[in-house]
Design a binder for this molecule. Sequence first.
Ligand code: PHE
Length: 378
Amino acid sequence: PVVSLVEIGGVKIDKNDVVRDDPTNNVPDTIFSKLGMQLHRRDKHPIGILKNAIYSYFDNNYQNKFDKFDDLCPIVSVKQNFDDVLVPADHVSRSYNDTYYIDSQTILRCHTSAHQAELLRKGHTHFLVTGDVYRRDSIDATHYPVFHQMEGVRVFEPNDWEGSGMDSTSYAAADLKKCLEGLACHLFGAVEMRWVDTYFPFTNPSFELEIYFQEKWLEVLGCGVTEQEILKRSGKVNNVAWAFGLGLERLAMVLFEIPDIRLFWSADERFTSQFSSGQLGVKFKSFSKYPPCYKDMSFWINDSFTENNLCEVVRGIAGDLVEEVQLIDNFTNKKGMTSHCYRIAYRSMERSLTDDEINDFQWRVREQVETKLKVVLR
Ligand code: PHE
């Protein structure tokens, strides 16, 4: 086999160790090709610009107290990604349907929370971790199997909350909300926002922040007061902490008015040149929008069929030329067989696709759903 190496944070990664044809591995070539791209470390890319803007908010408001990490390897253990942040053994996010496994104990991190415990153990009390994260998912304008997150963690000492008149948890929760509302203001100016109660295994209480933008409430981050067990395991028994994880693409799509998540990966200079100032505040101007082409496909599913598996097949063939995969019909006949009809939208952000090209994609998709997913085409 050809040796293909990528280096991340000084670690050399061999493709043959990441993409293997065995049942404990579900990493396709298309995902391997994203390793080491590090969009968040490019100062003239929307993701890098946003990272830098968040850095300056923290530098200015906390006298450079936050340690920054943006080069931690995305290949982590199941323990780091799940166990260390108290994700229950039966949680769906651990499944092969949701997460990319390199082998049964090693995965591509699905959140930057994978580094929380380790950095706490090393003694860091204020830190930001930025990185690429990987999730198997459906296909549309706001979902892509690789995206970027920034994690923030702050640990408090007893004398921080003593004298505040609040218990430690309420104190941390109030400080967290103040910090993130300030960040939202720094990035968006005056915006309408709201807090929504939610659940994460690693925080309690847990919240989501939503921002009202272009007539919709948009979820931009998850956060909360760190579970005491996580602090205890890192030797911190008299402390309280908060943590947040924010999705950089989501925020960047809003800030720069970028209509489709695939654009972040575009090397087309009509995209890249628009961000050459390295500044926040630039609004993306679409180069002419090319027409989508829709193809429908119906088949009888089997017990192991999942939409994520279908999406991976389609992406493996059409790459970033697939814009959306949508279930448009679903019924079960008298014999108990279930049929799904999917509509696939093919569209390039950069040029017009030819009929031949699209027909060829669709034929290969039909062929591979039969051979790989073992469904019966109708
Ligand atoms: N890891 C969570 C996610 O990916 C976000 C989060 C981080 C929530 C830290 C709470 C605390 O959705």
